[in-house]
Design a protein around this ligand. Structure first.
Ligand SMILES: [Zn+2]
Ligand SMILES: [Zn+2]
Length: 279
């Protein structure tokens, strides 16, 4: 396997969370078991097989690899991918792809689907994605992937199978839909991106940005620029119900050792061993 991006990987309960994310450098994440990814700032060679992507906003470190990804899938004779991105970016991005096609003389087949905060996208019977507003310097979104199941309504719980089948055939709705927030993804955002979409705190897996770490940064400026600081996590520590929290998008001003030292000072037990730093 060609290793063109320094990826990190972590396993959690049958899911693999893979990514690389540094502010102003590149951001890309995927969960191969769900066949979806978030942001296309880079395109690690092995991510090519993931067919559905959600782009949080149009800063280049989150979307610049989109044409590369589309071209690679065509070259490898894979189906055109489906990419969800902010609605206003769809036409400009088709135009960009057309220009690239004329330079490179290759087709760039892709389905770009425009989305806005407050939408719901059905990926399959089991998976639904909802979008919410993120708070950044350009229009931005967060994403929640919901695990959707049919559960028998409690009033039918004790009935034997043949009676249930009969009721179903007569058109009675014997089950109801139950949803569980499985993955939350917050690209670039101030803490309002979490606070105003509290289901993010309940997602089993939370992938989030933690751009600044050092105590001497001014928080008002960080929030105004649409980012988060380690202290924002400390202030909200009680709210995170997530089973695993993966934080990335660190500023380039910290090397790995410094980053770990800052986080360890704030969370000596790494949020009860749930917090993972991708650095
Ligand atoms: Zn960014
Ligand atoms: Zn950004």
């Amino acid at each position: 396997m060609v290793n063109n991006v320094g990826l990190k990987k972590i396993e959690f309960d049958g899911y693999t969370i893979e990514g690389y994310s540094r502010a102003a450098v590149q951001t890309c994440w995927r969960i191969p078991e769900l066949k979806l990814g978030f942001d296309l700032g880079a395109q690690p060679w092995e991510f090519m097989g993931t067919p559905v992507w959600f782009v949080s906003h149009m800063h280049l470190d989150h979307c610049a690899a989109l044409p590369v990804y589309v071209a690679r899938r065509r070259m490898m004779k894979m189906d055109p991918p489906v990419i969800y991105l902010p609605k206003k970016s769809v036409d400009p991005f088709y135009a960009i792809l057309k220009l690239f096609s004329s330079l490179d003389r290759g087709r760039l087949p892709v389905e770009l689907i425009g989305i806005e905060p407050g939408e719901e996208i059905e990926l399959s019977r089991e998976l639904v994605v909802t979008t919410a507003k993120a708070f950044h310097t350009v229009p931005a979104m967060s994403f929640l992937v919901w695990d959707r199941r049919k559960k028998l309504r409690p009033e039918f719980a004790d009935l034997p199978g043949d009676q249930l089948r009969n009721l179903k055939m007569q058109g009675t709705e014997i089950s109801r839909e139950v949803r569980m927030p499985l993955v939350g993804y917050l690209g670039d955002s101030s803490p309002r991106g979490l606070d105003e979409n509290p289901d993010m705190y309940l997602a089993r897996i939370l992938i989030t940005e933690m751009t600044f770490l050092s105590p001497d940064h001014r928080k008002e400026i960080i929030h105004k620029n649409g980012h988060m600081h380690l202290d924002d996590y400390v202030e909200r520590a009680d709210r995170f119900q997530n089973e695993i929290i993966v934080a990335g998008h660190l500023s380039t001003r910290y090397n790995r050792k410094q980053a770990i030292r800052f986080v360890e000072r704030a969370f000596p037990d790494w949020m009860n061993n749930r917090l993972n730093l991708f650095v």
